[in-house]
Design a protein around this ligand. Structure first.
Ligand SMILES: Nc1ncnc2c1ncn2[C@@H]1O[C@H](COP(=O)(O)OP(=O)(O)O)[C@@H](O)[C@H]1O
Ligand SMILES: [Mg+2]
Length: 244
């Protein structure tokens, strides 16, 4: 299966972003340790996707972001990918006309030498099989179900063997069991992950550390059982206590 690069930790220090005077992130500091899942949860509009966009280099920000001790802040997105960063989007970004397997190869093929393409294709097929997309592998991405589009996008993120994976609501549109199956398979391949996720049950099962964002700030962080029983988190996001 896909050999992952050595896992790297992510350090986010005092990161801020404004859009037309609206503070989307304000002094956000958090760490995602190598070898564990760090979940980022919080209400809609809290800044979760914005945070991933800062890490992957799509948004300019103040503060600093380091991967394995190296500052990413001045690097373009494709350079960050070469440092071992991979991500998925809240809405899967696929090329509808291309077959699923070619979509899965898009990022890795751009980074690899041409003679590696055959091997990459083999690995893309292995990943799609592992995620259960085997029947739809050669169909245009535009004809795939929502769930299969997600699986293809995740396979694409995993194909280069990332050191750290950013997942933006990977379970959206999947039922709980489908999501659990998919994420369990993903984490066996890349166990260092920042997971933005609304399904709190999934977060409790999968995350080693949980960070709660609310209106662009870190409201709480800690082990899942502690965070979901934190009254501030219940009031701002969960609405009721979730048994952990
Ligand atoms: N590209 C953008 N332009 C303007 N405002 C944005 C942009 N991206 C995010 N925002 C704003 O930043 C805030 C945080 O959004 P987002 O990060 O998408 O929240 P979440 O992912 O937690 O639901 C929201 O108020 C949103 O409208
Ligand atoms: Mg979002």
């Amino acid at each position: 299966m896909t050999p992952s690069a050595e896992a790297l930790s992510l350090e986010i220090r005092d990161v801020g972003v404004s859009f037309d005077g609206v503070r989307a992130l304000d002094g956000v500091t958090l760490s995602a340790a190598a070898g564990r899942v760090t979940a980022v949860i919080g209400p809609n509009g809290a800044g979760k996707s914005t945070l991933l966009n800062c890490v992957s280099g799509l948004y300019r920000h103040s503060g600093d972001i380091r991967l394995g001790g190296v500052s990413l802040s001045t690097l373009a997105p494709h350079r960050r990918a070469r440092f071992g960063l991979a991500r998925t989007f809240q809405t899967p970004a696929l090329v509808d006309e291309l077959p699923a397997v070619d979509n899965a190869m898009l990022g890795a093929a751009a980074m690899a030498r041409p003679e590696r393409e055959h091997r990459l294709r083999q690995r893309a097929v292995e990943l799609l099989d592992r995620f259960g997309v085997d029947a739809a592998r050669d169909l245009p991405a535009g004809s795939l179900s929502h769930g299969d589009r997600r699986r293809v996008e995740i396979a694409r993120a995993l194909l280069p063997g990332p050191a750290l994976l950013l997942l933006d609501e990977p379970a959206a549109g999947l039922d709980h069991d489908e999501a659990m199956g998919l994420l369990t398979a993903v984490l066996e391949i890349c166990g260092t992950c920042v997971l933005v996720e609304h399904d709190v049950e999934l977060v409790i099962k999968l995350a080693g550390h949980v960070v709660v964002l609310d209106t662009g700030r870190v409201l709480a962080e800690g082990p899942p059982a502690q965070v979901v029983n934190d009254q501030k988190v219940i009031d701002a996001y969960l609405g009721q206590e979730i048994p952990a």
